[in-house]
Write a protein that binds this ligand. Structure first.
Ligand SMILES: C[S@@+](CC[C@H](N)C(=O)[O-])C[C@H]1O[C@@H](n2cnc3c(N)ncnc32)[C@H](O)[C@@H]1O
Length: 306
């Protein structure tokens, strides 16, 4: 009897397979952080996907037994996660952001930005007139998750969604169609502000690449499965962010705001711009390293940012 046959012969219920999967993941030393935070949650996500059940299936069903076919499908998916060391989201082709499902594959970063919380709060209290927001720019859009959820939160606004990677934009277009926001979200290919020419926005939001080269080298395999262009950004991680800051001012309307995630590079940013009073935002659901600057501050600190 193979190891796999012995598992499927011994274990019966959904709960059994979640527990077993979590043990496999822990023993294999997998890394989490692409939508789930630990081995049990990751195992639950894969088991439920393999048996075509929703990710929030009531735990009362965990005592239900699986058929032989379902057991084999579950074990195969759990073993793929261990063998391939890619984020679970790539194996199931889906990631959740702001409570909505997005199609994902290895062309895009797996959505996980804490900016989701700001979108759900419509950037309150930072936008003076949320209902008056008509133009939003999502720089470095990847899967389009930020652009699309901004469009849904501000139904009256046009959202430009820029990415340098044509492959990422193919995924963004799939998600624009999936969420039926074709008339509102415009995926644009190009380098940061280049494709938007002289358009001005009420809100510029970005989760750009911000991992420094040394840190990127040391990341676990799950992160190396993501597009390098989506993570790494030069010796101090700030190559992209510097350019976002330098050219933001002419693209913001008066009263507008710039919101950028820099994650682990927050300290490097503070050191690079000691004169600039970055406002670091707080998150109830965890996460940090997201700053906000107003259009007025971009004018005041123009010389320091240029
Ligand atoms: C950290 S990922 C963010 C994806 C998405 N916004 C999210 O939160 O999941 C960064 C994205 O920036 C894109 N990118 C990198 N350099 C860029 C540039 N110079 N101009 C536009 N996009 C860029 C990458 O292709 C990648 O899709």
């Amino acid at each position: 009897m193979t190891a796999q046959q012995s598992v499927t012969a011994t274990l019966a219920t959904i709960g059994d397979y979640i527990r077993w999967g979590a043990s496999r993941f822990a023993a294999a030393g997998l890394c989490f952080g692409h939508g789930t935070a630990n081995a049990l949650d990751e195992a639950a996500a894969l088991v439920l996907h393999a048996i075509h059940q929703p990710h929030d299936l009531a735990t009362g069903f965990f005592a239900c037994a699986l058929t032989p076919e379902e057991r084999e499908a579950v074990v195969a998916l759990i073993e793929r996660r261990v063998r391939e060391r890619v984020p679970a989201a790539y194996l199931v082709g889906e990631a959740w952001f702001c409570g909505l499902p997005f199609y994902v594959d290895a062309r895009v970063l797996v959505p996980r930005s804490p900016i989701a919380e700001l979108i759900q709060q419509r950037f309150s209290p930072w936008l003076e007139d949320p209902d008056g927001v008509s133009d939003i720019l999502d720089l470095c859009t990847g899967s389009g998750c930020i652009a699309i959820t901004c469009a849904l939160a501000f139904p009256q606004a046009r959202v430009d969604a820029v990415d340098l990677s044509p492959a990422a934009l193919e995924v963004a277009r799939i998600n624009v169609a999936k969420h039926e926001v074709e008339g509102q979200v415009y995926p644009l290919e190009g380098d940061l502000y280049a494709p938007v020419r002289d358009r001005r926005y009420d809100l510029i939001v970005s989760n750009p690449p911000y991992v420094n080269s040394a840190e990127w080298q040391g990341l676990p395999p799950e992160y190396h499965a993501e597009p390098r262009i989506g993570l790494e950004s030069g010796g101090d991680g700030l190559d992209c962010v510097r350019r976002i800051l330098k050219d933001a001012e002419p693209h913001l309307k008066p009263g507008g705001i710039l919101v950028v995630e820099v994650g682990s590079s927050a300290e490097a940013l503070e050191q690079a711009y000691p004169q600039v009073p970055f406002c670091w935002l707080d998150f109830e659901r965890g996460g940090d390293g997201v700053f906000l600057l107003t259009a007025e501050q971009l004018v005041i600190y123009r010389n320091a940012l240029g």
